[in-house]
Design a binder for this molecule. Structure first.
Ligand SMILES: Cc1cc2nc3c(=O)[nH]c(=O)nc-3n(C[C@H](O)[C@H](O)[C@H](O)COP(=O)(O)OP(=O)(O)OC[C@H]3O[C@@H](n4cnc5c(N)ncnc54)[C@H](O)[C@@H]3O)c2cc1C
Ligand code: SF4
Length: 328
C-alpha cells in the first residue's frame, strides 16, 4: 500500500479553505488529523487529487467551555480536566478511541465525520479487485446485501453517540454561510449509505456545542470490540438522563457501530419521561432497542451476536445511569 501524490494546501481561514475547495472542480477533501482519511487513501478508496488541511485555521482549534473546535485533538480533550469533569460520558468514549498515539493526531471533527466501515471496503486495492469492487468504491454491487442497491457500511465513531445523548449541536460553515444543527441531523440515515452526511459541498464542521442541560445529566458510554487495545466499536452504547428519586427525565439512548449512522431512540424513551426506571422497565426498554436494530454482516463479529449485545449493553448502561447497584 502506498500514498499516491496529491496537491496539499494549508489555508489559514475558513473562507480561504472554501475558495480553495471551489477552485478544484476535480475534487478535494478536507484533511484534519488524517488518521482515517490517509489510511483510506493508501488503500485507494475514493481518492481526490487535492487535500485542504484545516490545521492552520486558529478558529477551528479553539476550546471555550461548552463549545469545542472541530480541530481540537482527541488527546488534548482527554487531558482537559474541565471538559472531562463536565462530560464524563464523553470522556469515557474519548478514552476508548484507538490508541494514545492515534488520539494525539485525531480530531473531534474527523471523528464525527469518519468514513463508514465494512470488511469488503477497508481492504487494499489488490484485495478488492480480486473479489470485484463494490458500490462504495469503484463498483456497482454490494457484497453484503447483494439484492439491494445501497451500501450498509457501518458508522464506527465513538463520539457521536456519546455527544448525541447530551443533545450536542454542530456548527457548519459553508460558502453560503453558517448554520447550527443538531448533531444527529448531520447524518444521512435515509440516503444510499454511500453519502454519509448532509454536509453541503465545501462545508466545514467548525465546532461542537453542548447545551447547559448536558451538565445536569448522568451519562455513560460503553463499547463492544474485539481487541480492547485499539479496535473500532462493534457496538457503542451511550445513555444519559436526569435522575431524581429513581425517576428519569431527559432520557436518551444512542448507538453507534451497528448501522450506517449513529442513531437515537427517542420514540422509545420519550413515553417513559418521568417514569421510575426500575429493573423490569430497564429490561423492557433494552429489549425494545435490541428489537429495533438490524446490523448486517460486514464487521468482525456476527450480526446476531452484536444485536443480542445491544440488549445487554443498553440494560447495563441504564442500570449505571440510574445508579442502581445490581444489574437485574
Ligand atoms: C488504528 C486505528 C484505530 C482506530 N480506532 C478507532 C476507534 O476505536 N474509534 C473511533 O471512533 N475511531 C477510530 N479510528 C478512526 C480515526 O482515527 C478517528 O475516528 C479520528 O478521530 C479521525 O479524525 P481525524 O482528525 O484523523 O480525521 P481525518 O482522517 O483527517 O478525516 C476524516 C474525514 O472527515 C473529514 N473531515 C475532518 N474534519 C473535518 C471538518 N472539520 N470539516 C469537514 N470535514 C472534515 C475528512 O475530509 C475525512 O473525510 C481509528 C483509526 C486507526 C488508524
Ligand atoms: S456494505 Fe456493500 S456497498 Fe457498502 S462497503 Fe460493504 S460491500 Fe461495499
Amino acid at each position: 500500500m502506498h500514498l499516491d501524490p496529491f496537491e496539499l494546501h494549508r489555508p489559514t481561514t475558513v473562507e480561504e479553505a472554501h475558495r480553495l475547495y471551489a477552485e478544484r472542480p476535480a475534487g478535494a477533501d478536507y484533511l484534519a488529523g488524517g488518521t482515517d482519511l490517509l489510511p483510506n487513501y493508501k488503500m485507494h478508496l475514493n481518492l481526490r487529487p487535492t487535500l485542504i488541511s484545516l490545521d492552520r485555521i486558529p478558529e477551528l482549534a479553539r476550546r471555550d467551555g461548552a463549545r469545542v473546535g472541530a480541530m481540537v485533538r482527541l488527546g488534548d480533550l482527554e487531558r482537559d480536566a474541565d471538559f472531562v469533569g463536565r462530560y464524563p460520558g464523553v470522556a469515557r468514549a474519548l478514552r476508548e478511541i484507538a490508541t494514545p498515539l492515534v488520539r494525539a493526531s485525531a480530531t473531534l471533527g474527523g471523528n464525527l465525520l469518519l468514513e463508514t466501515r465494512c470488511f469488503f471496503f477497508n481492504q487494499s486495492e489488490f484485495w478488492r479487485a480480486s473479489l470485484g469492487y463494490c458500490l462504495k468504491a469503484d463498483g456497482d454491487r454490494c457484497h453484503v446485501v447483494p439484492q439491494k442497491e445501497r451500501c450498509y457500511a457501518t458508522f464506527s465513531g465513538d463520539l457521536a453517540p456519546a455527544l448525541a445523548v447530551l443533545d450536542a449541536e454542530v456548527e457548519l460553515a459553508g460558502p453560503g454561510g453558517r448554520r447550527t444543527i443538531p448533531l444527529l441531523d448531520l447524518y444521512d440515515r435515509a440516503g444510499d449509505g454511500i453519502r454519509r452526511t448532509h454536509l453541503r459541498p465545501g462545508e466545514i464542521l467548525t465546532s461542537v456545542l453542548l447545551p447547559p442541560a448536558a451538565r445536569e445529566r448522568s451519562a455513560t458510554y460503553s463499547k463492544l470490540r474485539v481487541r480492547p487495545s485499539f479496535d473500532f466499536p462493534e457496538l457503542g452504547v451511550a445513555v444519559a438522563a436526569r435522575i431524581v428519586d429513581g425517576r428519569a427525565t431527559e432520557l436518551r439512548i444512542a448507538l453507534g457501530g451497528i448501522e450506517t449512522c449513529p442513531r437515537r431512540f427517542d420514540e422509545l424513551t420519550t413515553p417513559l419521561e418521568g417514569a421510575p426506571l426500575d429493573g423490569p422497565r430497564r429490561r423492557e426498554l433494552a429489549a425494545a432497542v435490541q428489537a429495533a436494530v438490524r446490523p448486517v454482516h460486514n464487521t468482525f463479529l456476527p450480526p446476531d451476536y452484536r444485536r443480542r449485545m445491544v440488549g445487554v449493553y443498553v440494560r447495563r448502561a441504564l442500570t449505571e445511569v440510574v445508579g442502581a447497584t445490581a444489574v437485574p
